[in-house]
Design a protein around this ligand. Structure first.
Ligand code: URP
Ligand code: ZN
Ligand code: ZN
Length: 464
């Protein structure tokens, strides 16, 4: 089956031109101008006036994730369908090692959650909760399976937290086997002390989540993560960077030539500490870690994105319902019991288009680079994913840059009972989505099949 996408403005990380894209089966076959339909059966899609971009890649999602005594409410079916609606055709989720469990068990469990359910392609990072020599050996086995990155936590003592020695040993192995370390950089021991003190004073409302996780706790941990990675000779990727103070650490490290990478997320670009002040426990909708920061510093994240001090925008999609005793209400009397995380897998592309190129903050090419090409390169998916080029997977989004619409709960596909951007007017919307050559979103409707998404074996740095 061939598909010809005609007359759109093709945007990659490097080029912008009006052209045609010919898809043969699962792959892009040719790009040109005035390409003819090679066969009568060729499907022709008129993309004039639209952007034709590589499918979005979200390298930070938590589907069907156990957390704080509950589970994130999107599974691999609902989450990947919502992703597709929003123009994301590939994601990298986190498989979690159980305390005392093996990495293989984590991998098998997450394959079990995703295989046969996902509507778009997916890979995994593995969250390690501890280090031992046996687990270190298993890291190599995971790389052989195509799981080439490991997330470690400097936060959440007693849950995910690893001490510096364990982090350092894991980093050394990762460096040896060509893997990348993803780091949740917040000083968890300091945060736990602040949380205990806040609760002792009777400060239980959602805003204390942010007030007990100051920017300095993120900046200090970011600095330490970078130093540990330098000593261990491994690339480090700081996940969900929210604080300008942490960004300054990344900028300094990159200035010294270190392989330090960082992502931020739409919530840190568009929402702020003020959201925690929403009445009637409303601030709980935004309880995530790191927390939302001061609005006055957001422009620094945007300039980090522009200058390549930040290399990716992902979502940290981790949805918990608001009006749910198993969701955000778990923390109705105590902010520290509110499950951490917020939805965003569906709104990333449109929000960052609206706030990025449409607002003149970054170019169209940089938008594509941050949301697709650069995460594909960092995490071993390029050039199979992350660009439109002959031989690449035909993961293609036809995006209408001119339509203006309102983000609302009643037009979302994520399985959660609120949208953090409720009522926000945005420019740009995903219209049609191809995943490996198959149209899965057509004029805004999902027409694909669940279970068609494939597990992606990602390359290690030694294979690049
Ligand atoms: O609050 C967050 N970020 N929840 C998801 C887990 C994590 O740390 O990424
Ligand atoms: Zn994290
Ligand atoms: Zn996360």
């Amino acid at each position: 089956m061939k598909t010809l996408i005609k007359g759109g403005t093709v945007v990659t990380a490097t080029d912008t031109y009006v052209g045609d894209v010919l898809v043969d089966g699962e792959l892009v076959q040719a790009i040109g101008t005035s390409l003819e339909s090679p066969e009568e059966s060729t499907r022709v899609i008129d993309a004039s006036g639209k952007l034709v971009i590589p499918g979005g890649i979200d390298v930070h999602t938590h589907l069907d994730m156990p957390f704080g005594g509950t589970y994130s409410v999107d599974d691999f079916e609902t989450g990947t369908i919502a992703a597709a609606h929003g123009g994301t055709t590939c994601l990298v989720d986190f498989a979690i090692q159980e305390q005392g469990g093996t990495l293989r068990e984590a991998y098998d469990t997450w394959r079990g959650k995703a295989d046969g359910k996902a509507a778009v392609d997916y890979g995994f990072h593995i969250i390690m909760r501890e280090y031992s020599d046996a687990l270190g050996r298993e890291m190599g086995a995971m790389v052989d399976e195509g799981v080439t990155s490991f997330k470690l936590f400097m936060a959440y003592p007693g849950v995910f937290y690893m001490d510096d020695g364990q982090i350092f040993r894991s980093m050394q192995i990762a460096g040896d086997i060509g893997a990348t370390i993803c780091m949740h950089a917040e000083n968890g021991l300091v945060i736990d002390a602040l949380v205990e003190q806040a609760l002792a004073r009777g400060n239980t409302e959602p805003r204390y989540h942010a007030l007990t996780r100051p920017p300095e706790a993120e900046a200090e941990a970011t600095h330490r993560a970078i130093c540990l990675a330098e000593m261990a000779k491994v690339p480090v990727y700081i996940v969900h960077l929210s604080a300008a103070e942490a960004l300054a650490e990344v900028t300094a490290a990159r200035g010294r030539g270190l392989e330090t990478f960082a992502e931020t997320c739409p919530q840190y670009l568009f929402l702020s500490y003020d959201n925690y002040e929403e009445p009637d426990f409303g601030g709980a909708k935004y309880v995530m870690s790191p927390p939302l920061r001061d609005k006055s510093k957001q422009h620094l994240l945007w300039s980090g994105l522009k200058r390549n001090d930040l290399q990716a925008i992902s979502t940290d999609h981790c949805p918990f319902c608001f009006n749910d005793p198993e969701g955000k209400l778990l923390g109705a009397q105590d902010f520290s019991k509110i499950p951490n995380g917020a939805p965003g897998i569906e709104t990333r592309m449109t929000l960052t288009f609206d706030g990025g190129p449409a607002a003149g903050r970054i170019s169209l090419n940089r938008w594509v680079e941050l949301t697709s090409t650069s995460p594909a390169k960092i995490f071993g998916l390029f050039p199979q994913k992350g660009t439109i080029a002959p031989g690449s997977d035909a993961d293609i989004v036809i995006f209408d840059p001119n339509v203006e619409w309102e983000i609302r709960l009643d037009n979302q596909h994520m399985r959660v009972d609120y949208n953090p951007y409720e009522g926000r007017r945005v420019r740009g919307r995903t219209e049609t989505v191809l995943s490996r050559g198959e149209v899965i979103i057509e004029n805004g409707d999902f027409v694909g099949q669940t279970g068609r998404g494939r597990f992606l074996k990602r390359k290690s740095r030694h294979e690049d």
